[in-house]
Design a binder for this molecule. Structure first.
Ligand code: NDP
Length: 401
């Protein structure tokens, strides 16, 4: 029987919810490209419940314990005294969400000789040292597509929020003001702007489709070009080099995975290629950007705004400059963990566990690493190596109530 360790974010400060704002979730029939929704044999949770926090347990306890497995759930993940560090020594399966990532570094993998499966309940497995997983024959899987559209919605919200100056205007209301001139002195229409995405995968394409009705000019860069019919339908301009896209756009959004090829692709030098006053929206991974270069670009006006929900490391220490830099619209990492998304990734996690324990193949689209090599979606979207360097900084974070 296996030891399954699951790292989840803390419950709300007021305790686990007893009721919810809505009674049900819309029913989806599939994903836009025809991929089916998760297909576990059963689920033991109510769709729409908070599953991603410690007490939610991703709805997995009944299933795992009924099979005789040991199931450890904790939010304690950083530093040598953490529960994670303690339990990794004899864990066979590690489940983690990108929102509160259990950084699985080469050192931790070396100290986890029984580990066979690192399962991301969500999308994006950059918190795992993929090279070490390859070298130690650990399978890495994630729930591809589970929250891609959740993030695409969030990107559109953040673009509109930044360009129209929503958050500062909202704050004037809270302060008791009616300061229209203060609100609008940085407020523009998105209509007519040039908006570009770096990567047109599931999220990037979702963003482009959602932005089409705003009458903007759409641009994208990706390693693989979209079908001609899609480019035509959406009126897309493709850029072979992302640097060319930066120069052409008023708004740039990053939607590629973090891997050695993309780490710090936004830096002091590449920010100089942007139009002065461009907006940058990054809900992909914090480490795609050089932290201090972004803060400086906001201070000197090269960027008019920056928004996103991803940081490095996570949780971000209290003194992380993105908490206090000007003209930002940052939130903690939430876009892919709406209650709607949690229902899908909890079901997908259960599906992957069922496959693993029953010796059935995990869907190809869920695979990142298998058999000592990048596999499935991993082979398409990632490069070998590791992007976990510096993650020990997450231990500096102190929870606020
Ligand atoms: P997909 O795998 O569908 O898309 C990723 C795309 O990135 C692919 O089209 C891939 O191109 C492209 N890509 C990879 N490397 C590069 C590169 N060097 N330059 C340009 N494009 C590149 O994944 P999703 O769209 O579903 O998710 C993307 C990322 O978003 C995730 O990896 C994760 O980091 C992040 N994410 C964030 C969430 C949140 O809550 N904030 C939730 C979900 C995801 P190709 O395959 O053509 O080579």
């Amino acid at each position: 029987m296996a030891k399954v360790v699951c790292v989840l974010y803390d419950d709300p400060v007021d305790g686990y919810p007893k009721s919810y704002a809505r009674d049900d979730l819309p029913e989806l029939t599939g994903y836009p490209d025809g991929q089916t929704l998760p297909t576990p044999k059963a689920i033991d949770f109510q769709p729409g419940a908070l599953l991603g926090s410690v007490s939610g347990e991703l709805g997995l306890r009944k299933y795992l314990e009924s099979q005789g497995h040991e199931f450890i759930v904790t939010s304690s993940k950083d530093g040598p005294e953490s529960d994670l560090e303690k339990h990794l020594a004899d864990a066979e399966v590690l489940i983690s969400q990108p929102f509160w990532p259990a950084y699985l570094t080469a050192e931790r993998i070396a100290g986890a000789p029984k580990l066979k499966l690192a399962l991301t309940a969500g999308i994006g497995s950059d918190h795992v040292d993929l090279q070490a997983a390859i070298d130690h024959n650990i399978t890495v899987a994630e729930v591809t597509y589970c929250n891609s559209n959740s993030v695409a919605e969030h990107v559109v919200m953040m673009i509109l929020g930044l360009v129209r100056n929503y958050i500062p205007s909202y704050n004037w209301v809270i302060k008791g003001g009616w300061n229209i001139a203060d609100c609008v002195a940085r407020s523009y229409d998105v209509e007519g702007m040039h908006v570009g995405t770096v990567a047109a995968g599931r999220i990037g394409l979702g963003v482009l489709k959602r932005l089409k009705p705003f009458d903007v000019h759409l641009h994208y860069n990706d390693r693989h070009r979209l079908p001609e019919a899609v480019e035509k339908e959406l009126g897309l301009t493709w850029h072979a080099k992302r640097e060319d896209l930066y120069a052409a756009c008023d708004v740039v959004t990053l939607n590629c995975p973090l891997h050695p090829e993309t780490e710090h692709m936004i830096n002091e030098d590449t920010l100089k290629l942007f139009k002065r006053g461009a907006y940058l929206v990054n809900t992909a991974r914090g480490k795609l950007c050089d932290r201090d270069a972004v803060a400086r670009a906001l201070e000197n006006g090269q960027l008019a705004g920056y928004a996103g929900d991803v940081w490095f490391p996570q949780p971000a220490p209290q003194d992380h400059p993105w908490r206090t830099m000007p003209h930002h619209g940052m939130t903690p990492h939430i876009s892919g963990t709406s209650l709607s998304a949690q229902t899908r990734y909890a079901a997908g996690t259960r599906e992957i566990l069922e496959c693993y324990f029953e010796g059935r193949p995990i869907r190809d689209e869920y695979l990142i690493v298998q058999g000592g090599a990048l596999a499935g979606t991993g082979a398409h979207s990632y490069s070998e190596g590791s992007a976990t360097g510096g993650s020990e900084e997450a231990a500096k974070f102190k929870r606020v109530s």
